[in-house]
Design a protein around this ligand. Structure first.
Ligand code: FES
Length: 163
């Protein structure tokens, strides 16, 4: 996966993005939120009202769905998001130690912390047999340690750079 720059908010574009979803689905609020996030990288606050109008529900309804799902975000993602699995199988093989070591690495390097963002725990990446598991810029990492995370971050950055 390459690092992608997200487009700026555009209400007309967003309306066109969600219109087919609203036309095809019943109860499409979550699908609309996911579509907006997939396109813009996060859910702009203006999208809440737009989706509410399109789906004929209240802004509170849309906001309720938005805040229920932890994967929906209101701020742009970091350049190379890093997420560490915090579920039980990974805890049994060192996820807490990895989290502590990763936090220490980010504290020691503000550039690393800015590049990867605050680790948002995730609960099972479906990679339990290779725990502790992590996801770096959308790529699964098994048997993760700080060195492997840094390698994956370097690889993600290298993909973005022009040749
Ligand atoms: S518990 Fe970590 S990947 Fe399943």
């Amino acid at each position: 996966m390459t690092i992608t720059r997200q487009p700026e908010w555009n209400a007309e574009e967003a309306a066109a993005l969600i219109a087919p979803i609203v036309a095809a689905e019943s109860g499409p609020v979550l699908l609309c939120l996911q579509a907006v996030q997939a396109h813009y990288g996060h859910v702009y606050s203006d999208a809440i009202a737009l989706i509410a109008d399109a789906c004929n529900v209240s802004r509170a309804d849309v906001h309720g769905v938005f805040t229920f799902y932890a994967d929906l975000r209101e701020t742009p993602p970091p350049a190379v998001p890093v997420r560490l699995c915090a579920a039980e199988a990974c805890q049994a093989v060192g996820a807490r130690t990895l989290k502590a070591e990763w936090s220490a690495a980010c504290e020691a390097s503000p550039e690393l912390a800015t590049l990867t963002g605050v680790d948002e725990p995730i609960f099972c990446l479906g990679n339990c047999a290779l725990g502790p598991a992590a996801m770096v810029n959308g790529e699964l990492i098994g048997r993760a340690d700080v060195a492997r995370l840094c390698q994956a971050i370097d690889a993600a950055q290298a993909q973005e750079r022009p040749l």
